[in-house]
Write a protein that binds this ligand. Structure first.
Ligand code: NAI
Length: 263
């Protein structure tokens, strides 16, 4: 039986991914803060190290599918946690489990980015070098010392920049992972009906912006977690053998509407 590791397994998209992969016949090992096979805090270096160690142990160092869903929304406090989980929590799993993926059967990994990644493009991402260097302290210091005009948007900047950086982390690894025969992709959802989205909508600072983030698709304003899980399941599966290094949008057309000349 193939083995999958899924972070953020206890809720929303991650829970739907677990269901999807189990349905497809995989053995699924979940990682989350609580209510999971591996309970670990991906915001901290020690929590990440524990998660990697436990995943290697439970999988016997052979992983066929890795899905990184764990993440925090722009409303999460403190803001430092957002970059810690959304970027450093993801790259720690990718790099820590890469060898076990190489031992897997036609293995692949999928990272959940966000359509908001394009709102903070890599070229204009003020945190870019710090992310690239893997310098978590520098990222945290920059978020804590934003200019006064940007400070009220700190949560959104942390969120969008981390989602942009994590999509770039996928692109940056595509060449070396490809040579190793392990596929790696990102999925970038628009608004998905989950507790994370509900918390954002309820937040006085970001609620209105999120409410206005409406997909042009008339039949569906928001996705359900299962819609995104179906895409992740496909991209991760043997049915997508040539999809590698891609950032696949599932956003009801939001990105196309905002950036009609970019793809
Ligand atoms: P959710 O809140 O339902 O699930 C996220 C899971 O991540 C939770 O179970 C939570 O406990 C876990 N998590 C958070 N911090 C953690 C930590 N420090 N250590 C371990 N686990 C931790 O949210 P949802 O919406 O399912 O989000 C999944 C991913 O999808 C996130 O990366 C999110 O940024 C992304 N996303 C969500 C969108 C949405 O509209 N819901 C849109 C675009 C991307």
């Amino acid at each position: 039986k193939k083995t999958a590791i899924v972070s953020g397994a206890a809720s929303g998209i991650g829970a739907a991914v677990c269901e999807q992969l189990r349905h497809a016949g995989l053995r699924v090992i979940g990682i989350d803060l609580r209510n999971s096979d591996i309970c670990a805090d991906l915001a901290t270096a020690s929590g990440r190290a524990y998660a990697v160690e436990a995943a290697l142990c439970l999988s016997e160092k052979r992983i066929d599918t890795l899905v990184c869903c764990a993440g925090l929304g722009p409303q999460a406090e403190p803001v430092a946690q957002i970059a810690a989980v959304n970027y450093f929590g993801v790259t720690a799993l990718l790099d820590g489990l890469f060898e076990a993926l190489q031992a897997g059967c036609r293995a692949s990994a999928v990272v959940v980015s966000s359509s908001s990644a394009t709102l903070q493009a890599w070229e204009g991402n003020p945190l870019r070098q710090a992310y690239l260097d893997g310098d978590e302290a520098a990222v945290q210091a920059m978020l804590a010392n934003l200019p006064p005009d940007l400070a009220p948007q700190a949560g959104f900047i942390a969120y969008a920049s981390s989602k942009n950086a994590v999509a770039c982390a996928v692109r940056q690894r595509a060449a070396s992972w490809g040579r190793a025969g392990v596929r790696l992709n990102a999925v970038a959802p628009g608004a998905v009906q989950t507790p994370l989205l509900e918390a954002g909508l309820a937040d006085a600072r970001y609620g209105e912006g999120i409410r206005n983030f409406i997909a042009p698709l008339s039949t569906r304003a928001r996705a359900e977690p299962a819609d995104i899980a179906a895409l992740i399941g496909f991209v991760a599966s043997d049915s997508a053998p040539f999809i590698h290094g891609s950032v696949v949008f599932a956003d009801g057309g939001i990105d196309a509407a905002m950036r009609p000349h970019h793809f």
